[in-house]
Design a binder for this molecule. Structure first.
Ligand SMILES: Nc1nc2c(ncn2[C@@H]2O[C@H](COP(=O)(O)OP(=O)(O)OP(=O)(O)O)[C@@H](O)[C@H]2O)c(=O)[nH]1
Ligand SMILES: [Mg+2]
Length: 458
């Protein structure tokens, strides 16, 4: 279980972890030849996948034999004892299923889930080599990377495609082969603002670049490297200030994560994906359906719960008090020994005071009932809303005691730069990013990977 935990929540370390600080990236002893590193990584993943497939086939074979034996036995027993093995079989398959879902979804008996959750190693193509390069640059060992990481990097890069297209293509065209000029900086300023990086981040990055150019001639390669580092530093600042590189549930205590934000930004979807990530990482999550505003909201969150085998606490009565649902859910979490309570809340405009008060009431209940819990209040932001997302962050952080941000819908928007605005202006750590509607289209945020994907040349 701990291995899986490392895999999903913790191994996605931001690049400022001690060994992989951006400042000493150049000192990391990495493979001289990135292609060779990628080849080794590919071979290791291929071997792992082949082994897993063989094990699964073996398991399947054994399972069929056992089932045949039980069925055979039950068919040959007298009618009264007939019930027992059949029941046992049913019980066995049910508890099996729970175990499987809890340990690794790859083994799930639900076909749909298998299809959705099993990642196949793709070709040794350009996407793979790029992902490998990003992992190698963080000082990773070619034999230690997981298919999930590689798969996610591909998704992240595809997700940022539109932002990159409008940003990097313009930038690279202007950069050319000559040292940086003041005109290139002007163009960069326009591009950053257009990608919704915000005024503060844009000014900060340009000031740093201007300062550097005053001191030395800056070749385009060096300019790009320096730009990446500036962007990374900017996004990292609020993350570093929390002392936690990656947000993962604290072990040994109850964690309560609230998902808040305006309508339709992806709160419920994010919660569903995190429930799945938590299960895969060995935690025991529980969901509180505290969006009591829409009748369909409870159904929606229940479907997400079912996809990962996570129970949902809900109140059937119309317009139930969200705080009452959270009250019940905390009781259930304690009774069931759940370690992560995920709370879905109704979408609300940051300008509606009564709805913001409702969030405060939920917080008061949590403080009263579970004062020892580690509480995270995560604002979900739709990347395509650009600067409006920043305004939401400012307003919510005033009244909802935010501790972090999740940026969703990075796919299909050219405004992924809003991550920079949120970090520099709302001063909030970005904790997760979503780049699609699938179960695996969300990962813990890693600033190095984000900036590399944002500024990938190819
Ligand atoms: N393309 C894309 N779609 C997403 C992403 N996250 C969520 N969505 C979609 O956005 C829509 C709204 O998602 P929800 O999770 O229901 O949003 P919500 O914030 O819970 O909405 P309310 O509860 O109504 O306020 C759904 O169609 C999701 O599938 C993402 O990362 N990428
Ligand atoms: Mg919702």
């Amino acid at each position: 279980m701990m291995d899986e935990l490392e895999d999903s929540f913790s191994s996605n370390q931001n690049s400022d972890s001690e060994e992989t600080s951006k400042d000493n990236l150049s000192e990391i002893p990495k493979e001289d030849d990135p292609m060779e590193w990628a080849r080794q990584a590919y071979a290791a993943l291929k071997a792992k996948q082949d082994l897993q497939k063989r094990e699964e086939e073996e398991e399947e074979k054994e399972r069929t034999i056992t089932e045949d034996k039980i069925l055979f036995k039950s068919n040959n027993s007298s009618s009264s004892s007939n019930l027992t093995p059949t029941k046992n079989l049913h019980q066995e398959s049910q508890s099996n299923q729970e175990d499987k879902v809890l340990s690794t979804i790859n083994h799930s008996e639900n076909k749909e889930q298998v299809e959705e959750d099993q990642i196949e190693l793709g070709d040794f193509d350009e996407t793979f080599t790029w992902s490998a390069e990003v992992l190698a640059a963080q000082g990773r060992d070619a034999s230690q990377i997981s298919l999930e990481e590689v798969d996610w990097l591909g998704r992240l890069r595809r997700g940022l495609e539109n932002t990159r297209q409008s940003f990097v293509t313009g930038l690279l065209e202007n950069l050319g082969d000559d040292p940086l000029t003041p005109e290139v900086l002007d163009e960069l300023e326009t591009l950053l603002l257009r990608a919704d990086a915000g005024v503060v981040a844009t000014d900060q990055v340009l000031d740093a670049l201007r300062h550097k150019m005053n001191e030395e001639v800056v070749e385009p390669e060096e300019g790009l490297r320096f730009l990446k580092q500036q962007l990374c530093d900017l996004i990292e600042a609020p993350i570093k200030a929390t002392g936690k590189n990656v947000l993962s549930p604290a072990l040994g205590s109850l964690n309560i994560w609230l998902f808040v934000g305006v309508n339709g930004v992806g709160k419920t979807t994010t919660l569903g994906k995190i429930a799945n990530l938590a299960v895969r990482s060995g935690f025991s999550p529980l969901i509180a359906a505290a969006d009591t505003f829409r009748a369909a909201a409870v159904e929606q969150v229940k479907i997400w719960g079912e996809r990962s085998g996570v129970s949902v606490v809900a109140n059937a009565s119309a317009n139930a008090d969200p705080a009452a649902v959270v009250f019940d859910a905390i009781g259930a979490a304690k009774a069931k020994n759940a370690d992560l309570l995920l709370v879905d809340t109704a979408g609300r405009l940051q300008t509606k005071n009564n709805l913001m008060d409702e969030l405060n009431k939920v917080r008061r209940i949590i403080d009263k009932l579970a004062p020892e819990a580690c509480v995270e209040s995560l604002l979900v932001l739709d990347a395509s809303q650009g600067q409006n997302g920043l305004r939401q962050a400012m307003a919510f952080s005033k009244s909802a005691r935010l501790t972090g941000v999740v940026i969703t819908k990075l796919d299909g928007t050219s405004r992924g730069g809003v991550a920079l605005a949120v970090s520099s202006e709302a001063n909030l750590p970005i904790r997760f990013v979503g780049a699609g509607e699938g179960l695996r289209d969300l990962r813990p945020f890693n600033s190095f990977e984000f900036v590399e994907a944002l500024l990938a040349k190819r």
